[in-house]
Design a binder for this molecule. Structure first.
Ligand code: CLF
Ligand code: SF4
Length: 545
């Protein structure tokens, strides 16, 4: 299938009709769910129309529940970008690092298509192919749509997904629809150009470079129009927003209202990742990211308006695997050359059927444990951390965890509310005290940490810090186990055996992940922050990359 992209640019009359429709929109309808109850990332089939459920049920980003079981992959076919965000620098790649815009190699559409088939053959639960950079997919429309065309032809069971800054979105909405791209993410950090001017130094639009408020105004108008056009066409739309304390943190409540009223399905508020070694403007000016409590408070306050995505891992533009794991190093171009690729749709289907059975068993276990809590009355809400490799189970050792999943427990059950990346405690067979300190700071707001196994030393230190290590539910389902533990906790509080006290705040890690074999290799090419700043400011060729 080949489309002439310019033929699909909307006419003025189309736009008028779309704006009228958007004005009549009453929140999330079939395209986006109906209000909060049907917009939820953790919602199930009974909460939404069958068409929407079909689209989200095995998409790891659009369904929190699915992300424990299904994987996504990104192909880095889109190097150029048409705007500059103060939190982005794509010039330097540190292989240890995971943040948007970072990739190890850029691909042609043809190599990307081969890579998708190789991953689909090796990881049968990989259900979604996303294009998310390293620049903006719609600043590289030919490469982006050529890749989608090749994948749709060779691996038709894979869902297509796109993430964009939205500047060129209105020009491409009909092409997106024609290619059956059912999921589009727009990163929207503001609906007020005065706020936008603090985030975007420039945009490059219709062959002209704009700066300051004018740049932000153009971007804002294009984002809103693009969102309205997508939801009008029944394309599920997620909005990503970066929370930047002191810049747009309070303003994001307004953004939430604006995107909900235009039919967005899900809102994903992510913490700013900002460190000097990233060479971003915010990193170099010392702009901090939010703490765990600040992020959760903002997400909670927006949830009254619309359900929130809380399981985003702020992936690399070449990420492969379950959210939270990265298998991209297994599929480099060099390794692809030596791989025998045998894409078999039937095998993939059979594997996914077993995943569905596991998923059903997990839901049934949670339901039966929750029934035991029926009739309980308590205002206590607390957080617990879980070490897992996926599958919705407590199946990771404390020392091997690269992240902990965070659940909020209450008499209503166990609710996934986030994750915390940590440095490995176990470094080549030895416990690393520095890592333990940072792990405790990362889960300091939790009352307990659930693990498959844990050594005496970290156990004692965690207990001293007021975090209960729990290893009695090894290899069992997370939610069922957490609810059972919480039931007992309530009983102990009731009997006076323990006193329930709130925990403090926790850190969201800003630095790179330290793999055991790569400890102390966190330099990003021996480039000083000052050099990075200069390179970034002097960078004017991004749009033609
Ligand atoms: Fe990729 Fe994005 Fe599609 Fe997911 S990621 S293009 S919607 S397939 Fe997902 Fe990664 Fe968060 Fe994005 S966890 S950064 S939300
Ligand atoms: Fe970086 Fe462009 Fe994405 Fe902004 S829109 S984060 S500048 S790639």
């Amino acid at each position: 299938m080949s489309l002439e992209l310019t033929q699909l640019t909307p006419t003025g009359r189309d736009l008028e009709a779309i704006l009228q429709k958007a004005a009549e929109h009453k929140g999330c309808g079939t395209e986006g769910g109906a209000g909060k109850s049907s917009c939820g990332s953790s919602s199930g089939p009974s909460d939404m129309s069958p068409e929407v459920w079909e689209k989200v049920k095995n998409h790891p980003c659009y369904s929190e529940e699915a992300h424990h079981h299904y994987a996504r992959m990104h192909v880095a076919v889109a190097p150029a970008c048409n705007i500059q965000c103060n939190y982005c620098n794509r010039k330097y790649d540190c292989a240890n690092e995971s943040r948007p815009g970072v990739v190890s190699e850029k691909l042609t559409p043809e190599v990307a298509a081969k890579k998708v088939l190789a991953v689909a053959s090796t990881i049968p639960q990989m259900t979604v192919l996303g294009i998310a950079g390293p620049g903006d997919p719609l600043a590289n429309p030919e490469k982006t749509f050529k890749t989608f065309e090749l994948i749709a032809r060779t691996a038709p069971d894979i869902k297509l997904c796109l993430s964009t800054n939205g500047l060129m979105l209105p020009d491409h909405v009909d092409t997106i629809k024609a290619f059956n791209v059912d999921h589009v993410t727009i990163t929207i950090n503001m609906v007020d150009p005065d706020v936008g001017a603090k985030i975007y130094p420039w945009v490059f639009y219709r062959n002209k470079r704009y700066t300051g408020r004018e740049a932000a105004q153009i971007l804002h108008e294009r984002q809103m129009l693009g969102l309205e056009m997508l939801t009008e066409r029944g394309i599920l739309c997620k909005v990503n927003s970066v929370m930047i304390p002191g810049v747009n943190d309070h303003h994001l409540v307004e953004v939430n209202r604006a995107v909900k009223s235009r039919g967005a399905f899900l809102h994903n508020i992510m913490p700013l990742i900002s460190a000097p070694e990233h060479g971003t403007v915010f990193g170099l000016t010392g702009q901090r990211g939010p703490t765990a409590q600040e992020l959760k408070a903002l997400q909670d306050s927006c949830e009254g308006e619309m359900n929130m995505m809380r399981h985003c891992r702020q992936c690399r533009a070449d990420a492969v695997g379950l959210l939270g794991e990265d298998r991209s190093a297994e599929f480099t171009t060099e390794k692809l050359g030596a791989m025998e690729v045998r894409y078999d749709g039937e095998t993939r289907k059979a594997y996914q059927q077993t995943v569905e059975l596991e998923r059903e068993a997990k839901v049934a276990a949670r339901r039966s444990e929750l029934e035991k809590l029926a009739g309980e009355h308590s205002d206590i809400k607390l957080l617990v951390a879980v070490a897992t490799k996926g599958g919705g189970k407590i199946n990771e050792h404390f020392g091997h965890a690269k992240e902990f999943q965070i659940y909020e427990l209450s008499v209503g059950g166990a609710k996934f509310v986030g994750h915390r990346r940590v440095d490995l405690y176990c470094q080549g067979g030895f416990g690393e005290d520095t890592s333990l300190d940072t792990i405790i700071r990362a889960i300091n707001d939790c009352h307990a940490v659930f693990v498959a196994k844990i050594g005496h030393c970290p156990k004692d230190t965690l207990q001293a810090a007021g975090i209960e290590p729990v290893d009695e539910f090894a290899l069992e389902y997370t939610e069922k186990s957490a609810i059972a533990w919480f039931s007992r906790y309530l009983e102990k509080v009731r009997s006076g055996q323990i006193l329930h006290t709130p925990r403090g705040d926790a850190d969201i890690r800003q630095g790179a992940y330290i793999a055991p074999e790569d400890t102390h290799k966190l330099d990003c090419g021996d480039v000083s922050p000052a050099d990075l700043a200069e390179a970034l400011i002097a960078e004017e060729s991004l749009v033609s990359a």
